[in-house]
Design a protein around this ligand. Structure first.
Ligand SMILES: *Cc1c(COP(=O)(O)O)cnc(C)c1O
Length: 370
């Protein structure tokens, strides 16, 4: 059975007319940037995420960057980030000229290990950036308690985990100011690039609004050196429609994950995703680990089953950071994850036949004599 890594069809086909109507509404309004659609989506997303404010921006990387700028973080400051994350988290810290301080993950959950945080805190530390990787909530209560004790800001990277929870509270609502991405493949995806900042702090929300729009609150009055990072009306209109379906899509991802977990328990040397106590997982990705990754991936590819690696090279091993002292350091857990992880097909509306088809192909691989 052929199974693509990702298919948008089960999500997009049933809402095609609804989305096209929303796009037509923007077309006919002749208002394309920062208008009613953006304001309405911001209000809806803030409500969904249970934060007071949401500020639409052009993409998730900008959301991270503007969040750090709104906090006034810059040269001479240190920011704690996970050693294993998508490079965007690191880039945002680089953009503001602050120093990246990587901390290793818990090898079971792949998320920032709170017990390693205090050893990384110095007099220069200003913020911690937890990333809810693959859709799993970090242990936010522990992270927030440490941040509070040391007077540090928290900026959640919620790009992969819209709708995930820790102790009943949504990710993206714990930190002082948080970022998310609506890149098409994310759990809530636009029809192009888009992102948002979420915060309960009115002053920080105001700063983010000014920074995304040329540093200007009042047209042609530029208070700070800002950016052009606006969410456009077309994307906001599409996101407004899709947001209504996110809870149901999340439930579908979770049901698919449950079936994978049942089917793949005890198969070969596979390490399956584990959830941390009190945390939920919204399965942006379903990531397994194996010492036989290359061979397993080739076996699945030959059968028409799509897989990807998130991520093959950890940020400290990227050429972009080759001149940085960080490149000299070893982050063995991040390196081990990069060498062994494999993302299986995962999308809302995947049928159980798809899941068992993938599982059978994996069982077939491990049943073959090496
Ligand atoms: C996708 C992603 C981003 C960046 O979002 P873009 O919208 O692509 O800029 C940041 N952090 C993480 C963890 C991501 O997965």
């Amino acid at each position: 059975m052929q199974v693509p890594f990702l298919s948008f069809s089960p999500q997009h086909q049933p809402i095609r007319e609804e989305v096209l109507q929303a796009l037509a509404r923007v077309y006919d309004s002749q208002w394309f940037v920062l208008g009613k659609e953006v304001t309405d989506f911001e209000a809806a997303y803030a409500k969904f995420n249970n934060t007071k404010h949401s500020v639409g921006v052009a993409n998730g990387l900008d959301a991270l960057h503007l969040a750090l700028m709104a906090l006034g973080i810059g040269a001479g400051d240190e920011v704690i980030v996970p050693s294993n994350t998508y490079i965007a988290t690191w880039l945002a810290v680089s953009y503001v000229g602050a120093t990246i301080v990587p901390v290793e993950p818990d090898p079971a959950t792949y998320n920032l290990d709170p017990t390693l945080l205090e050893a990384a805190i110095t007099a220069r530390t200003k913020a911690i950036m937890p990333v809810h990787l693959y859709g799993q909530a970090c242990l936010m209560d522990d992270i927030m308690a440490i941040a509070k004790r040391h007077g540090l800001a928290v900026v959640e990277d919620n790009a992969q985990s819209q709708g995930a929870m820790c102790q009943g509270q949504y990710t993206g609502s714990f930190g002082d100011i948080n970022a998310t991405s609506f890149y098409p493949g994310k759990n809530l995806g636009a029809l192009g690039d888009a992102g948002a900042i979420t915060t309960n702090d009115e002053a920080l929300a105001g700063k983010a609004r000014v920074l995304r729009n040329y540093g200007s609150e009042k047209k042609y009055h530029n208070e700070v050196i800002g950016y052009n990072s606006r969410l456009d009306e077309l994307q906001a209109a599409a996101l407004g429609v899709k947001l209504q379906y996110l809870p149901q899509w999340t439930a579908q991802r979770q049901a698919t994950a449950e079936l994978y977990l049942q089917e793949l328990a005890g198969v070969g040397d596979l390490i399956l995703p584990a959830t941390a106590p009190g945390c939920t997982h919204v399965y942006h990705l379903f990531v397994v680990r194996t010492q036989h990754r290359a061979a397993l991936q080739a076996h699945l590819t030959a059968q028409g089953i799509g897989t990807l690696i998130h991520y093959p090279i950890p940020p400290h091993r990227q050429q972009a950071y080759a001149d940085n002292a960080l490149a000299q350091n070893n982050y063995p857990i991040a390196e081990k994850l990069a060498d062994t992880c494999l993302s299986l097909p995962m999308w809302p509306g995947m049928s159980s036949a798809h899941v068992t088809g993938v599982a059978d192909a994996i069982k077939g691989f491990f049943a073959e004599p090496a």
